[in-house]
Write a new protein. Sequence first.
Length: 146
Amino acid sequence: MKILIDGDGCPVTGIAVKTARTFGINAVIYCDTSHDMHAFEAEVVTVSKGADSADFALVNDARRGDIVITQDYGLAAMALAKNAIPITQNGMIINEWNIDSLLMSRHAAKAARRAGKRLKGPAKRTKEQNRDFEKALLSVIKSNLS
């Protein structure tokens, strides 16, 4: 098991890397050349800039049982197809029962933006969201180790 992190704009990279180290699990951060993730004590895979280039590198490396941390539902769907376990930055574990509705909401939001609607962005991140993420990550790690 590895923890694969979609590093582009991920607010929980530090928590994920620290948790991985606690359990002796490899953490790998994927990002493009516009991000510098080398401050974290983890392996960093840097790819050329391009639409979803870091996502494709991550999913190509994903294996059964790996944990994929991402807010990108498209990447989460590809990770599920590889039998990996996607978790969002807020601690939602994505699975075959909720991915369809998540992809549908993503599609609806994209259609609204194309139609000129302005959608509200996310609220400021809270400590509770960080705790929820850490709790979900610990739960997945412990269930995979047993």
